[in-house]
Ligand binder design. Sequence first.
Ligand code: ATP
Ligand code: MG
Length: 457
Amino acid sequence: MANKTKEPAEVPVPAPAPRPPAPNPAQIPSVGRSQAPKIPQRAAQPQSLDAAGDDENQEAWKQQCVAPTADNRVKTEDVTKTKGNEFADYFLKRELLMGIFEKGFERPSPIQEETIPIALVGKDVLARAKNGTGKTGAFVIPCLQKADPDNASIQSLILVPTRELALQTAAICKEMSKHMGLEVMSTTGGTSLQDDIMRLYQPVHILVGTPGRVLDLSEKNIAKLQNCAIMVLDEADKLLSPEFQIVIEKIIPFLAPKRQIMMFSATFPSAVKGFKEKHLPGAYEINLMEELTLKGVTQYYAFVEERQKVHCLNTLFAKLSINQSIIFCNSVQRVELLARKITELGYSCFYIHAKMPQSSRNRVFHEFKGGACRNLVSSDLFTRGIDIQSVNVVINFDFPKNSETYLHRIGRSGRFGHLGLAINLITYEDRFNLYKIEQELGTEIKAIPPQVDSSLY
Ligand SMILES: Nc1ncnc2c1ncn2[C@@H]1O[C@H](COP(=O)(O)OP(=O)(O)OP(=O)(O)O)[C@@H](O)[C@H]1O
Ligand SMILES: [Mg+2]
């Protein structure tokens, strides 16, 4: 009746790839077009208790930490093709290294290797890397490293397009800064302004939020950003779409005059160019996207009539080995309707969209992330940034209108280089769009075979 369970352990574990030799920490990463700044040499560092020092000390502090159980699932080159850096190569504070270690990050992913040294020297950054390859760590680690717990002002502002992503990002900041004595606050629409005002009477070092609420608090002079010298725009292209850009432009004057701006996304349509030239013209550009889709995600389409879609979904549920799935619809009404149909079919399912009360959104997000339910029907609210490691299948019940949305949606599976499956229900009306998206992404979406090989996801 409910779809079959699938344990991550079933996936074959490959032989570990040989690691390239550790680079000289003074070496400048070779990607990007701007002039790279100098990275401090290890020898120039003062001998401090805080700095990651010799190997013996490194081992000693690791003894005090509780690392999560290793995830031994197969990982693709999207995250394994690194230069072999270690987090300790960046002279991070010992307390931060402890948080990173406890988060289960053994060594930096490619985007973290490219970004962290540049971000630490204060350069503006525009970074593009595939979904699920660790962009969050690439900006959170520098923000935490640069934060001074003895300075009670807001020092980093991290903006994201959705409330759930703000909660997720703030939670990562809190986990990683657990030993640092830093205060992290998330602030979003849909919550009590009064609570935020009360909270901001207390010190906050890192503020994570959605643009509307952050602007509101700044204009009321409640969130004081004059000493905030770092602004991160995660999902930058979304934050610079017409609905948000005007708000972002209004927030910038509240920041410290000498501020570092960092923009991250897997997609950077040309619309971002104007903003980049105005606010971060000398930004160091990192683009790790030689190809656009994830190596680990297999994509299929099923050609159906609109009225056959639910039946088709029923067949997919019966045949696939779904660990957790996200099923995307193109409107709020269709999300609710489909969720009802799925429940009638006898499968467990939650649904989420932006028109729901925030308390229900939070509950669904939290419980789905905790594995309380196998399937989630969603609007584009969950298209970007949401990281649920156990999602191995994404179904586009409604095919998206553009390639950016398609890429971000299917990137909810295959997190951190793991395997995943994306299935698209395509109607006669979608056929041109399917072709267009394949062309734009330079990828092939194949017709679904009668049996989907379960070792693919
Ligand atoms: N260095 C690392 N070692 C191990 N796991 C990591 C590392 N960096 C990130 N991860 C894990 O990879 C997953 C994806 O990371 P993250 O959400 O930052 O990706 P992203 O690039 O921001 O993706 P998206 O484009 O979808 O927003 C997370 O579960 C995170 O904990
Ligand atoms: Mg992200």
